[in-house]
Write a protein that binds this ligand. Sequence first.
Ligand code: FE2
Length: 297
Amino acid sequence: MHVLFYIVPALIVVLLVVYVIIESSGFRCVEYTLETDKTDKDLKIAMICDLHNKDYGNENEALIEAIDAFHPDFVCFAGDMVTSGWDVSFNYQKTLGFMRKLAAKYPIYYGFGNHEQNFNEDRKKFPHEFDDLKEALRDMQIPLLDNEQIVLDRYHTVICGLNLEYDFYRGRDEKELTAQMIEERLGKADKERYVILLAHNPVYLKEYAKWGADLVLSGHVHGGIVSLPFVGGLVAPGFKLFPKYDAGLFREDQTDMVLSRGAGYHSVPVRINNKAEIVCLTVKGVQHESECETAGV
Ligand SMILES: [Fe+2]
């Protein structure tokens, strides 16, 4: 009786530890399918964010294999591919190796996260990291979209990278962001083409929608670190509990937002019921179908 009294709780603890270790290692590919009537082309987009220099081995060969299996038209990085916080390592050389291999296969569009922006703003702590990163990306011909729009005529699409100052990620209360402020940074949203907005912080979805994004690709929240059944993510950066946007697909007016749980972690090296992921997104262009219907074909 006494032996069981100790063994059963010990066994439960061991099983929990094993579960957390398994949940916190590896990644999965999460698939979404959306539609748009702004183009007649189908688009396949692989999205990675919040890698935080995580290496799944051999410069993330496994991530590249997973992306290859999806055959995307292009790849989007939605911020925080590197780490500049109070993590132990700011070294992103392996991440650059991964990006270099990926860039040899696919066009890549890189949007800022708070960690890239922290490299940029905190030059005392990071005197050369941001410039080195920019130069390496330039060599790989990966555009780092610093409040820029790139028109992809082939897909009747525009990719926009919103870069917000570090203050927009700091603390428990969000700094106000309006559609007008987004326009001041990015210019007007294209009304004709399908507008993809790389916006690392998902809390401003309403403003992104007002600005005119058709699709927002976002991250930052890491799925809330612990995903509770029926409740969702537990904690967001800034120690905000139960974030409204934790992970998955959200819609605001005419705007879809795909919010990734992220491909890595930093500071808190644990994920529970919240596996790391990359996003494999198909956007079906339905323009041709409606035109066919109108023509009675
Ligand atoms: Fe972030």
